[in-house]
Design a protein. Structure first.
Ligand code: DLZ
Length: 519
């Protein structure tokens, strides 16, 4: 018999490790282990999502007549890590071979590579064919000139899938409609009611377990509403297609206090643990366009995320690891401020995004990139510390997708491999795209002075600090022109205020959240 080992983000019936399974002989192994919950201290909702979805998936396999050996977190003798649990299962079943699908993390791949020798059983690691572009193909494609950048890689994926194509040409005459996707919300706009899923008895049981076992982990559990089965995930996709997608493009970059979901897809947690697949969600969105229910700018923007960005960051991760995680192009070394965990900061934008993150294990891409990410970039937070935070707090975060997004896109720690310029912005951007600055104690217009928004002097300080690296970047010509127009006095004041801010940020009593602390 063969032992098919399925991990918590491989909950897809069509996963390659299940190909050719013989229900008469083979056994599926699934294990809940504390090591996976604590190597970064995942948000409580993320733990509930994964453990509950694993339990539901095991039930579905059993209903098909497949034998599942399922080890629960609280089972006596649980070794609490993948290798220990596989070794115990091999001793129980004495399989001829272990079959696994390639994991989503370099760390786990190293474990898998050691299993054959360490446990003494042949281990077959199969390709994860839920993705459109295997890593070897990504390497070949991106080595060839322009496809090294996301936009050109994305065009190639469009050609290969035929999505939104008219023969060899992109539908609507353009590959990318992002220029139409940067609208701010009208004042006081109320987003739609989004479909959430009330926990069933199995999820309730897991929630109690998580609360008891991991009480100190970040996040609230009482607002849990993520889909934990394939049927729920399909209902979540349907909700997005009907309620979100038609307006997704227009307002995909907008942020509003108290509006945690707006028109976003909210399917990444389900997609990244395998309850949905990328081809099916991209095809479903395309069908909405052809049925006249969603405009092209929205559908193209969504499909680009799924077949372009998502595939590109995964390819980058697997072709650049393990060295990728070690780079620190901007020499950022400051520790992550404690307010990333408490939300106690007088900067309303940060407080609001961290509040939503705590409540939902979710924030949308502009909140992640231009609020928490922007702050971390400007404040020179060590990439490893920012990465560990993002990996822990977001329900959809697995390292293959989190690391390139944070290390490359947010922190520019890869020196520009992922993005040709850093995503740095001053308060004006946040003020334009959100209502966060209204009612904030800081002055979004002031660059310096006691009430100046820290995003402002930190932004200009960032440009000054990294002038040698970015000063000649054509995509940064405008801000450097503005910097050149500043007087010496103002530049000196910016540097001094930024230094004073960094000193307060590192002080042990830092996270008091008082305005006088300047953050
Ligand atoms: C994230 C996670 C957690 C919290 N717990 C488990 C678990 O108990 N069992 C399991 O099989 N997988 C878990 N996972 C997902 C793994 O961390 C994930 O499969 C690897 O990081 C590879 O992507």
């Amino acid at each position: 018999m063969r032992l098919v080992f399925i991990l918590g983000d491989q909950l897809t019936r069509g996963i390659s490790s299940l190909d050719g399974i013989d229900p008469a002989r083979d056994v599926v192994l699934m294990v809940e282990v504390a090591a996976e919950a604590t190597y970064v201290r995942h948000h409580k909702q993320k733990l509930v999502l994964i453990l509950s979805a694993m339990r539901h998936f095991a039930e579905e396999l059993r209903a098909e007549g497949i034998a599942v050996d399922y080890v629960r977190l609280e089972d006596p003798g649980n070794a609490q890590d993948f290798t220990g649990e596989l070794a115990r299962a091999v001793a129980r079943h004495r399989p001829e071979a272990v079959v696994v699908t390639h994991p989503g993390e370099w760390r786990v791949l190293q474990l898998m590579r050691g299993w054959a020798e360490g446990i003494g059983v042949p281990v077959e690691i199969r390709e994860d064919d839920r993705f459109l572009c295997p890593p070897a193909e990504f390497a070949r494609l991106t080595a060839a000139g322009k496809t090294g950048r996301m936009e050109y890689f994305y065009r190639e994926m469009r050609r290969r899938t035929g999505l939104l194509m008219e023969g060899a040409k992109p539908l609507g005459g353009k590959w990318n409609f992002d220029a139409e996707n940067r609208k701010a919300l009208p004042r006081g706009h109320q987003g739609p009611q989004r479909k959430r899923f009330a926990p069933d008895a199995m999820t309730e049981e897991v929630a109690a377990l998580v609360e008891a076992r991991f009480p100190d982990h970040f996040g609230r559990l009482d607002r849990f509403g993520w889909p934990v089965t394939r049927a729920e995930a399909l209902a979540a996709l349907d909700d997005f297609l009907r309620v979100g997608l038609p307006s997704f493009g227009d307002w995909q970059d907008a942020m509003q206090t108290g509006e945690d979901f707006l028109y976003h897809a909210l399917i990444a947690p389900a997609l990244n643990i395998g309850l949905l697949t990328a081809p099916e969600v991209a095809a479903a969105a395309e069908a909405e366009y052809h049925a006249g229910r969603a405009p092209l700018n929205a559908v193209e923007g969504f499909i680009r995320q799924v077949i372009g960005w998502r595939e590109f960051v995964r390819g980058l991760y697997w072709t650049e690891m393990p060295g990728y995680a070690e780079t620190n192009a901007l020499n950022a070394t400051r520790p992550l401020p404690a307010f990333f965990w408490t939300g106690e900061t007088a900067m309303r934008c940060l407080a609001e995004v961290i509040r939503g993150t705590r409540d939902n294990a979710y924030a949308h891409h502009i909140q992640r990139l231009m609020v928490t990410g922007n702050f971390a970039l400007l404040a020179g937070i060590a990439p490893g510390q920012i990465e560990a935070w993002y990996l822990a707090v977001y329900a959809d975060a697995f390292e293959w997708v989190e690391l390139p997004n944070v290390h490359g896109m947010v922190a520019h720690a890869d020196g520009g491999r992922l993005g040709s310029k850093p995503y740095a912005a001053a308060a004006a951007y946040i003020g334009r795209m959100s209502d966060y600055c209204r009612g904030c104690g800081f002055d979004a217009k002031a660059r310096t002075g006691r009430k100046a928004c820290p995003m402002n002097y930190l932004y200009w300080n960032f440009l000054i600090t990294h002038q040698a690296r970015f000063g000649k970047n054509p995509r940064m010509a405008l801000p450097y022109k503005a910097l050149a127009a500043m007087g010496e006095g103002e530049r000196a004041a910016i540097t001094a205020e930024a230094e004073a801010f960094f000193a307060r940020m590192s002080a042990p009593e830092a996270p008091s959240g008082q305005l006088s602390l300047g953050w």
